[in-house]
Design a protein around this ligand. Structure first.
Ligand code: CAA
Length: 286
């Protein structure tokens, strides 16, 4: 097994992928960011630069350290080239089972034998992902939170066959990124989303039942529980389609009606009201 991690490849350059590349590069790792299209990679590099500029303007990063960090990120559209020297691959592609399984089959073929394969999945079983590889002991979940440069948590998820050595390596690496790792086992939603997403669903059911309005529900949770965002604003931020898909994983995984998605959530997703990314959810975004 690869015990010293210097070279990390991140598959996917969207919000989570570019955030993960940002923190890796800032912590001194050599980063290879891979996506299917070069324009997605160009947009991701520009986002990383802008997010580092926020840190520079706050005095949390020097301009020189920013340039060095950006210089540690290479971009690729070809997976074989992107992973050929990887000690660790972190997959942060779309939250779709078929896409993830196909990526892990390819990674298993293309990445060096000792390379650890991690997934940033928010709800897909790590054991299932590992089952399509011949290295299930080296497959693990590394669930970062959005926005990655700001949020301190990495939920480290052990699949059924993940080795203790791999867990320990990923735990230490998460600490090197300035994060606080917490280890969980592979059950639907792990811990973060098993607790968060039913709360969001209950907020939507409360709205649907007319218990209170959007602003009231969010203000009650923000001021009453010191949450940085109310559950409906957070649902918009995460994406209502993502919330629905995680609820479906919980509902089918546990077979318990308490996880059934609210009708309002299903309707909003079907109507294309997905939150920030579509311009409207519980709030409007211009
Ligand atoms: N990169 C770098 N810095 C960023 C950033 C980014 N992408 N986004 C925000 N920041 C920084 C800002 O520069 C600012 O820095 P200072 O404190 O030094 O001034 C700080 O973060 C706060 O940002 P803002 O002032 O712009 O706004 P805010 O105070 O409203 O905070 C927020 C924004 C950090 C997003 C905050 O609202 C928050 O914590 N929200 C909850 C986020 C959350 O719960 N995330 C988890 C979602 S669930 C998930 O990700 C997992 C899943 O599987 C669904």
């Amino acid at each position: 097994m690869q015990s010293t991690i210097n070279n990390v490849t991140v598959i996917g350059s969207g919000t989570m992928g570019n955030g993960i590349c940002h923190v890796l590069a800032q912590a001194g790792f050599n980063v290879n960011m891979m996506d299917i299209k070069q324009d997605a990679l160009d947009r991701a590099m520009s986002t990383i630069g802008k997010n580092m500029d926020r840190q520079v303007s706050k005095g949390a990063l020097t301009e020189e350290a920013k340039q060095q960090a950006l210089g540690r990120i290479a971009t690729h559209t070809d997976m074989a080239t992107a992973v050929k020297d990887a000690h660790l691959v972190i997959e942060a592609a779309s939250e779709n089972v078929d896409i993830k399984l196909s990526i892990f089959r390819q990674l298993d073929e293309l990445a060096p034998a000792g390379c650890i394969l991690a997934s940033n999945t928010s709800s897909i079983s790590i054991t299932r992902i590992a089952s399509v590889t011949k290295r299930a002991d080296k497959v693990i979940g590394m669930h970062f939170m959005n926005p990655v440069p700001v949020m301190k948590l990495v939920e480290v998820i052990n699949g059924y066959a993940t080795s203790a050595e791999v867990t320990s390596t990923i735990y230490k690496l998460s600490e090197q990124l300035g994060k606080v790792p917490c280890v969980a086992n592979d059950y639907p939603g792990f811990v973060a989303n098993r607790l968060l997403i039913p709360m969001i669903n209950e907020a939507i059911i409360s709205l649907q039942e007319g218990v209170a309005g959007v602003t009231e529900i969010d203000t009650i949770m923000k001021l009453g529980m010191a949450h940085p965002m109310g559950p409906l604003q957070l649902a918009d931020f995460i994406g209502l389609d993502v919330c629905l898909s995680i609820l479906n994983v919980l509902h089918s995984g546990f077979g318990n009606p308490k996880y059934a998605p609210s009708t309002l959530l299903v309707n909003m997703v079907q109507a294309g009201y997905l939150g920030v990314k579509s311009g409207e959810g519980f709030y409007k975004y211009t």
